[in-house]
Write a protein that binds this ligand. Sequence first.
Ligand SMILES: C[S@@+](CC[C@H](N)C(=O)[O-])C[C@H]1O[C@@H](n2cnc3c(N)ncnc32)[C@H](O)[C@@H]1O
Length: 263
Amino acid sequence: MQLNQIYNNDCLSILNDSKKIEPSSIQVIFADPPYNLSGNGLKSTGSNTGGDFTMVNEDWDKMKETDFINFTNEWIKSSKKVLKPNGSIFIACSYHNIGESMMSLKANGFEVKNIITWNKSNAMPNLTRRVLTHTTEFIIWAVKGKGWIFNYDKLKELNPDKKQDGTDKQMRDIWTMPLCQGKERLRGEDGKKALHPTQKPEELLKRIILGFSNENDVILDPFAGSGTTPYIAKKYNRNFIAIEKEEKYVKAIEKRVVNTTPS
Ligand SMILES: C[S@@+](CC[C@H](N)C(=O)[O-])C[C@H]1O[C@@H](n2cnc3c(N)ncnc32)[C@H](O)[C@@H]1O
């Protein structure tokens, strides 16, 4: 199989093509799938930094609930096939899709190890004023079998919280970091509007890739979006496979990855 590839396709067709991704070849999958939330909330737009869930209103993010359950189950089943026996999967979710993701992981024989809570330090206020402000998303970490990679000392080093004497502290399962903004946020052709509505912070992928894989391992992202996963994988000397079905995002990933120099 060819490493460091960006496929412009539906993830199921690539995940199920053993010439493109060999069975048991992937160390870490980071999946940031559709949350199936678009069209369910306010249709307000105008956030250039990415914000409350209500700001996401994309065609790729709208399915009937039964179709969404089947889709979640299908891509998680196919992901298991390509993971190494000691591989890890990380699934980004909100309250909208955490139930479907957990059920599919269990139904496909994964063992859930942690649910990381991403505490968004710059979350948008809630416009309806009828519910609590949404400030969290979750990343489920699950393993296929025994012997998973867990770089304990590296994660301690990456933990910004230190002990009183300044030494490293164990990484906890609550990660506080802002929504992707400023220079890190990719912009569209007008240089203003965010290129992708749900670009994930680089720091999130840095912790996952450095904490749960080693150099030269293969990292797969079946819903690559703006390409945060392949970008960070290359930066930290990992191989990557990225799948994204929208051509405009594939072009953005190609540009982002080509310009990356491994550190
Ligand atoms: C939540 S976004 C991922 C954002 C990404 N993590 C980032 O940092 O930019 C999900 C992406 O999956 C893509 N997508 C949706 N369904 C897909 C499918 N069946 N196969 C491949 N890509 C898909 C969408 O076009 C969208 O860009």
